[in-house]
Design a protein around this ligand. Sequence first.
Ligand code: SF4
Length: 327
Amino acid sequence: MERNNIENNNNNLVEVINLKKYFSVGKKKLKAVDDVSLSIKRGETLGLVGESGCGKSTLGRTIVRIYEPDGGKIFYDGKDITRIKTRKEHLDFCKKAQIIFQDPYASLDPYMTVGQIISEGFEIHNMYKENGARKEKVHELLRLVGLNDEHSNRFPHEFSGGQRQRISIARALAINPEFIVCDEPISALDVSIQSQIINLMNELKEKMRLAYLFISHDLNAVRYVSDRIAVMYLGSLMEVAESDTLYNQPRHPYTQALMSAVPVPDPKKEREKERILLEGDVPSPIDVPPGCPFSTRCPYAEAICLKEKPELRDLGDGHHIACHMAG
Ligand code: SF4
């Protein structure tokens, strides 16, 4: 097992090592996640960015074991949870690690009241059994996410998109998790509502010392919530760095192109900024090119890039990059 390319210290709540998740498409394999290693510390938000279809949602879902991994290891709080089998092991892990989905319209059962939705986990995990305790906890959670007690008797269709995402967050928090995968939690919402949900998630993170894997294609939103950011392309990580470092000094050619497309608030700087336009399309994840996954579009590709896949390596200060030419 390779542990050399990620930080291995006791603060790590989540450690993913050489994780693979493939899907069969006819006789071929779609390599949605291909040898990904990363770590997330307690109380940390790791942003995960990349274009649609790069495998970021699959990675998040595999980490919380919605998908069975096809290779590699996942450690949670030092325990190997890759091969958990029994119902008890699954329940113990679910209690600590939750997921919030992109679409608050589809992820809430329309036939259940908000109170029933939020308290579903109490039944499963045998929590708050005393008389009235569950109702009281539901009210507490509703207030925590900016709703009120009376909302517990209503149905999801009676709420706006932003309110529904607040309900999803309350449901995820109900069983006191430590880690939440946020799978594009704002992309289905109106722009005016997005910042409210992001602010709420930041507040909850501080209050409850949560760790997030925050998946989004919105680079500005990711910067606002993340301590560190990982950039994914065609099932592999290209770069991982502190949030500000990644925005101010991206080192990987793919990250540089992505960042050059992010609008900056200062109109003068925006005009002066050089936009890097990549040629060609993203190859199909069914036919990932040999060598570096980015080689078909990289302006700096050399012969080695077409043959050998670069490892994600530490350039110092935790700045990791997967590029033969880096450093
Ligand atoms: Fe470009 Fe080669 Fe670096 Fe890949 S390894 S990003 S192809 S220079």
